[in-house]
Ligand binder design. Structure first.
Ligand code: CP
Length: 315
């Protein structure tokens, strides 16, 4: 595997999930695979889980890891070609990514969207330029439109804990005070659409995701109906795709509560984290027996390790 940017880069999803669950039982079984190999984790945006879990995954495989908060510790990057760099940017991505490719065997990059220009964000310009100019295998640590390591961990969690062979999984929009990217729900949707689950997306009118990511999903504006008989509920806020990056007010009652769980099949509640308590999800759910959020974050290690293992095997 030379690129992990979406579910489309995976030839056998079931096998990758099985690999992650195998690594969970056997974390150090491939300790020599990463010997004398270096992973670089480059963050243009903040992170807790992705940074620590991917670092731990690489260390379990015997890799060396370099981490850099490029946005704070690096030179201001220029991504446009044919510009006179007489402004605030100091280094072009052509040189920066090229140099990273000299030091690293695998590059991880986090590049959030600006949420101003949809065409630009959905072109994945920043992520794709790191792929092009580093010339080494690249893993997405969350790009403008997708978060595949998160989605793989989510699928691993569902596979591990499903109460029946074809569980009902509901992605439900939640309120937030800020405009958040669509990367996590886009990605979760495209992974679920390829998984052995009954997948439903519930969102208020106006929060429809880009249809490219939701082919095969049942989409509804009726949260109560969607939650009926659900086995897993994935709670997440996102900003509108159209008008792009906007927050449409008036949907505070979409917060997930214990009361809403009553209609479900004693559903387990998931969230990628970080979560705003009592805004997206009630504290009573987060602190109660139905919450999977910490367990799910734990599975980030095994999803990252399964992907890095595949990349190392291809070097
Ligand atoms: N879920 C997730 O990616 O968490 P971080 O942003 O903290 O990495």
């Amino acid at each position: 595997m030379k690129l992990f940017s979406s579910v489309n880069d995976v030839t056998d999803i079931k096998q990758l999930v099985a690999d992650a669950l195998h690594l969970k039982q056997n974390p150090y079984g491939y300790k020599h695979l990463g010997e004398n190999r270096t992973l670089g984790l480059m963050f243009l945006n903040p992170s807790l889980r992705t940074r620590l879990s991917t670092q731990k995954a690489a260390m379990n495989l015997g890799m060396n890891v370099m981490v850099m908060n490029v946005d704070k510790e690096g030179w201001a990057l220029e991504f446009n070609d044919n510009v006179v760099m007489n402004g605030t940017t100091v280094e072009h991505v052509r040189e920066a990514a090229g140099v990273m490719g000299q030091y690293l065997d695998i590059l991880g990059i986090r590049s959030f969207p600006g949420l101003k220009d949809r065409e630009l964000d959905y072109s994945e310009e920043i992520f794709n330029k790191f792929v092009e100019f580093s010339k080494i295998p690249v893993v997405s640590l969350e790009s403008a439109t997708r978060h595949p390591l998160q989605s793989l961990a989510d699928l691993v969690t569902i596979e591990e804990l499903k109460p029946r062979p074809w569980p009902k999984v509901v992605l439900t929009w939640a309120p937030h005070v800020k405009a958040l990217p669509q990367a996590v729900p886009n990605s979760f949707a495209e992974w679920m659409c390829k998984a052995e689950v009954d997948f439903v997306i519930a969102q208020p009118k106006g929060y429809e995701l880009c249809a490219d990511f939701t082919q095969g999903a049942t989409i509804t504006h009726n949260q109560e109906e969607a939650l009926t008989d659900a086995d897993f509920i994935y709670v997440k806020n996102w900003s509108a795709y159209e008008p792009y990056g906007k927050v449409i007010p008036g949907y505070d009652d979409w917060m997930m509560t214990n009361e809403k769980l009553a209609a479900t099949n004693n559903a387990k509640v998931m969230h990628c984290l970080p979560v705003r308590r009592n805004l997206e999800l009630s504290a009573e759910i987060l602190d109660g027996p139905n919450s999977l959020v910490v367990h799910e974050a734990g599975n980030r290690v095994w999803s990252a390790q399964a992907v890095l293992k595949k990349m190392l095997e291809g070097l």
